[in-house]
Design a protein around this ligand. Sequence first.
Ligand SMILES: Cc1cc2nc3c(=O)[nH]c(=O)nc-3n(C[C@H](O)[C@H](O)[C@H](O)COP(=O)(O)OP(=O)(O)OC[C@H]3O[C@@H](n4cnc5c(N)ncnc54)[C@H](O)[C@@H]3O)c2cc1C
Length: 447
Amino acid sequence: MIVQNWWFTTLLKNEYKICPPLQKDINCDILIIGGGMSGVSAAAEFIDKGFKVVLIEKNILGGSSSGKSAGFLTPDSELELSQLVRRFGIKGANEIWSAPVEGIELIKKNVEKYNISCDFRIQDSLFLGIGTSGLIDVKDEMECRETVGFKNQEFYSKDGLDRILKSDGFNGAVRYSETYGINCLQYLQGMKSIFLKNGIEVYESTEVHSLNGNIAYTHAGSIQANQIIIAIDKMEDRFNKVAKEIYHAQTFLSVSEPLSDAEVSQLFPSGNEFQMWDSTLVYSYWRLIDENRILLGGGTAASTFLPNPWYNDGIIKGVHKNFKKHFGFLESLRFIQYWPGLIDTSRDLLPVLVKDEHNPNIHFIQGVVGLPWASFCGHFVANNILNSSFSEDKKYYEYFSDRRYFAFPTWMEKVVTKPILFSLNNGWAKYYQVDKKDQLKFKKNEF
Ligand SMILES: Cc1cc2nc3c(=O)[nH]c(=O)nc-3n(C[C@H](O)[C@H](O)[C@H](O)COP(=O)(O)OP(=O)(O)OC[C@H]3O[C@@H](n4cnc5c(N)ncnc54)[C@H](O)[C@@H]3O)c2cc1C
C-alpha cells in the first residue's frame, strides 16, 4: 500500500489546464484566496455578474482538504441532526441543517449545468449502528428526523438490513436519500475550466503570504481588490485573529482494488449502492467509487488531533481489519493506496463566517467541516457581496459567528494545549449539551 491520494491518481486521466502562478501586480473587483470547495463555490457565484474576479490557490484547485476528501455529499458531515437539535432546538437545527442541504444542491446543479465529469453518483446515506449503544444512536437519529419533519428516511432493523447490505455485526441502520458521492478534485478542476471559459482569472501555485488593507501579496506579485474572500485552510494568526478559532482533525483514507460486478451485487443485494458510516466515536466510513473500488476511511482517537499528518499505515490497516469483520466475503480485498488528511474545524464543528472587524470588505470562511457546508458558505458569502438585501439574512452570520458560545474558551489552550481544547469542545458539541430527550419532548409539546 503506497501513500498517495487516489484522486490525484485519477487526475492523470484527464487533461486539465494548469494555471501558472501570478507574477505581476494586478487589480480586480473580487479576489478569492483559497481554491477548495469554499473558494470555488464563492467564485462560481460571480460567473456572468460583470465583475473582474481572481481566484488564487497555493497548490492546485482542490490541492488541500477538498481534493483529499472522501467525497461524501451528505449534510451529516460531522454533526448528526439529533446533535444539532439538542443544542439549537428544532427550528435552529432545521435552519442550520438546511445550509448543507442547499450546499449539496448547488454542487449537483453545477455538475449538471456544466456537465462536469467527476464520478458524481447517487448514494443514499446509511448510518449503521454497532452494538446496543449504536442501535440507540440510530433510533435516536430516526426519531429526530421524524420529529423535525423530514420525510426521506427509513429505519432498518438488523434483519431488514440484509435486504440492502450484505454485512455482519450491525444492529440497525437509518437510511436517507438526496445524498451523493463525488470525486471532488475532478469537480474543482472541472469548475476551473468553466471559470477560465467565463473570464475568471485563476492562478495556481500562488500562495498569499500577507495582506495589507485590500492588497494581497504573493511570492511574485500582488492583487488589489475591492472585496476579498479568504477561504484558506491552516490559516496563521498573522492573517487574522480568527485563526485562533480553528484547529484540525485528522482522518485517513484508502482505496481498494476493483471489486468484481458479482461482488458489488452481493454487497448491495437491492441494486442500490450507499455511502456508509458507523456509530463508533472515531467512525469508519466507506463507499463505492469509480471502477468498483471501495473507498474506506477512519482513524483512531489518538491520531485525530495530532498537529501534523501522520504517515502511518498501521492506523488505516486497523480500519481495514474492522471493515473485513463486517464484510467477511471481502476478506481478500487488497487496499492499494492510502493518505492522511487534516480537516480544519472550529471548536464546535460548525463553520466560522466573519468579516474583518476593521475592514468589512474582507470576508473569512474558516473551519468548514464538510464539502456541502463549504459549498453553502462560499455561496452565502459571495451572495452577501453581490446583493445587499441578501445580507438581511443575518441568521447564518449569527450561527457561524466567532463569538457564539463554546463550552471551553480559547484562553484555556495555554493551560491544556490547543489539541486538548479542541477535543474537549468537539466532544461537548457532539455529546454534552442540553439533554436531547428533554429538548425533543419540549419541542414536540410546543407544536
Ligand atoms: C481525508 C479527508 C476526508 C474527508 N472526507 C469528507 C467527505 O467525505 N465529505 C465531506 O463533506 N467532507 C469531507 N472532508 C472535509 C472536507 O474536505 C472539508 O471540510 C472541505 O474540503 C473544506 O473546504 P474548504 O474549501 O473550506 O477548505 P480546503 O479544501 O482546505 O481549501 C482551502 C484552500 O486554501 C489553499 N490555501 C491555504 N493557504 C493559502 C494561502 N496562503 N494562499 C493561497 N491559498 C491557500 C489550500 O491549498 C486549499 O486548497 C474530508 C477531509 C479530509 C482531509
